[in-house]
Design a binder for this molecule. Sequence first.
Ligand code: 5GP
Length: 175
Amino acid sequence: MTHRLTTLLSSETIAARVKELGAEIAKAYSGKKLVLIVILKGSFLFAADLCRAIELRDLRVDFLGVRSYGEGTETSGVVQITQDLSRPIEGEDVLIVEDIVDTGLTLLHLTDLLRTRGPRSVAVCALLKKPTRARTAVDIDYLGFTIDDEFVVGYGLDVGERYRNLPYIAMVERD
Ligand code: 5GP
């Protein structure tokens, strides 16, 4: 299957916003220890750039592998953990790094799960948000961009595991 891709956010636009987010996060956590929890797979590129934009000496990075049930372009919000964190987060300040929030159900599930492990605080940084579809109220503490209700790929995001390697974010249409 071929897809028609239209650039929505260029790599330069993304890089500039990621720098701003990093500076905001560094300021907010100044003098504290921070654990970035990267939600795989979609957030891997965003997190790689974001963590280098956060000037904190005491920053740890951990990964949480998540798979949404269902193969389509809609999430059910029911997520399966495919890879757990490598260390406990009890008493830690954690920041979830998520690629995109659509209904917010995935994020709600993840914040609930992480809170059961006794962290000192849980905050969320998402690169993208689709506002029109927000079914669940989830607080996003640091947000990159609000986009329209389009299916997007690139910069870590896929359709059928393709296009994660694009350095920009594109809207996808099926031919
Ligand atoms: P939610 O639970 O908020 O409805 O969905 C969030 C998850 O659905 C994201 O982490 C992502 O995996 C997937 N998702 C939602 N919208 C898009 C999109 O436009 N493109 C891609 N590639 N994945 C999306």
